[in-house]
Ligand binder design. Structure first.
Ligand code: NAD
Length: 392
């Protein structure tokens, strides 16, 4: 029997109104000087105030850092880390989408390390994280990345993305309050929601999947596929927001343990080279990667179909896995995400450069149920470019 290593963030609060747990948790840390990492849009919307106002009322010394941009480049991370090291903070709170949360956990940990962030990158850095750094509380405002429960911080580089990863990056406390997602606009709801669905699907077909991650993945697929269309159409639908928040959180627990694979490996260069958001990069590739690898995981894709439909089917695994790919095409289409690379302004001549960077994501590709070499990756990008699923 294969052994699985399972790691979970130590403490999470979930559900409507769970942000009320923030002050008691901050008080438990004994910290007085707090850094809140967020992005400018969340300051403008008043969402970050939901964190800073009660802290200030209680007399904490609060500094807001909102120099966060979506899909943050390495330099933005380096700048924040210098700011944190100089600031003498005792606790970091991240509130926002994956971009703010990744930077919050990165800076909390890097505050305790020597050297720069670049030294600790997975693909090109040589140093290992030795110390835990500062305590951190992560509060997502999108239902997407699962960053609040993973040990990864993603950074954009010139033509692709790389990660800093270590269990010290896990949040000490995660607070998943769906109320904070009510203001997410439809386009971001769609992209982040498909990101979460991709986490669950890739974790379920991953070579590292275990019975534990399987249960989490299937539940996440059920919740997200059952609510994403409603959440995009009617952002005020409370139940859809609750289901999406739980779905993305559970998908985070699943993929952190089982890993993601081909969709993410090919999505990183789309983000790096064309600045397409992480969610949209995953969404445009999801049906094409799953269609290509279908034959390597027919039984698993049949189970995904049942989770998506919310009922069992009496189809053969072959038929069900084909229908599963069609369902994925339908979800991406219905939430309004472009279905071809060409619709993002990507030209055919870019496919070679994308392929070259996609191949480099060996950590991710190693978990794919079908081995994906350079030629496979080229074929998948081409399929996504013309908008036709091709089987491997
Ligand atoms: P994001 O954090 O970049 O946010 C996207 C936009 O949505 C921003 O403009 C933001 O201001 C806005 N927004 C966020 N919450 C809002 C709200 N409640 N109301 C209105 N607007 C809101 O998007 P994301 O998809 O959550 O995060 C993407 C980043 O996360 C990427 O860098 C990606 O690589 C990374 N990521 C990390 C992990 C991980 O495990 N650490 C996993 C997947 C993705």
């Amino acid at each position: 029997m294969t052994m699985s290593k399972l790691v979970f963030a130590p403490l999470s609060y979930t559900g409507w109104g769970s942000l009320d747990q923030l002050i008691p948790e901050v008080e438990k840390t004994g910290a007085k000087k707090i850094l809140v990492v967020t992005d400018p849009q969340l300051v403008e919307l008043g969402l970050s105030t939901k964190v800073t106002a009660p802290l200030e009322e209680k007399g904490f010394d609060v500094t807001i850092y909102h120099d966060v941009v979506p899909e943050p480049p390495l330099e933005v991370g380096e700048k924040l880390v210098s700011f944190t090291k100089e600031g003498g903070f005792e606790l970091v709170i991240g509130i926002g989408g994956g971009s703010a949360l990744d930077l919050a956990k990165l800076t909390a940990v890097m505050a305790g390390q020597e050297g720069s962030v670049a030294d600790y990158l997975n693909l090109s850095g040589g140093k290992e994280i030795m110390n835990k750094g500062l305590p951190k509380i992560l509060i997502p405002t999108t239902a997407g990345t699962g960053s609040e429960v993973t040990n990864i911080a993603v950074l954009s580089l010139a033509s692709t993305k790389d990660v800093v990863t270590h269990d010290h990056l896990l949040a000490d406390v995660a607070i998943i309050d769906p109320e904070l997602t009510l203001s997410v606009p439809p386009k971001v709801t769609a992209a982040t929601g498909i990101d979460a669905l991709t986490h669950a699907i890739e974790a379920y077909v991953s070579k590292n999947a275990s019975p534990v991650s399987d249960g989490l993945s299937l539940q996440a697929i059920r919740l997200i596929s059952g609510s994403i269309r409603t959440a995009v159409r009617d952002g005020a639908d409370r139940q859809a927001r609750i289901d999406m928040s739980y779905g993305s959180y559970i998908a985070g627990l699943a993929f952190f343990n089982a890993g993601v694979a081909g969709v993410h490996a090919l999505a990183y260069p789309l983000g790096g080279q064309f600045h397409i958001s992480h969610g949209e990069s995953n969404a445009v590739l999801l049906p094409y990667v799953m269609g290509y690898i279908r034959k390597s995981c027919e039984g698993r894709m049949a189970a995904i179909l049942e989770a998506v439909k919310g009922k069992s089917t009496d189809l053969s695994d072959e038929e069900a896995s084909k229908q599963c790919v069609e369902e994925l095409v339908g979800i991406v289409r219905d939430v309004g995400i472009p279905q071809r690379l060409s619709e993002f302004g990507i030209s055919e001549s870019s496919l070679d450069a994308l392929t070259r960077d996609g191949v480099k994501q060996k950590r991710l590709l190693a978990r794919s149920p079908m081995t994906l070499g350079e030629e496979d990756i080229r074929v998948i990008y081409r399929a996504a470019y013309v908008g036709e699923v091709v089987e491997g």
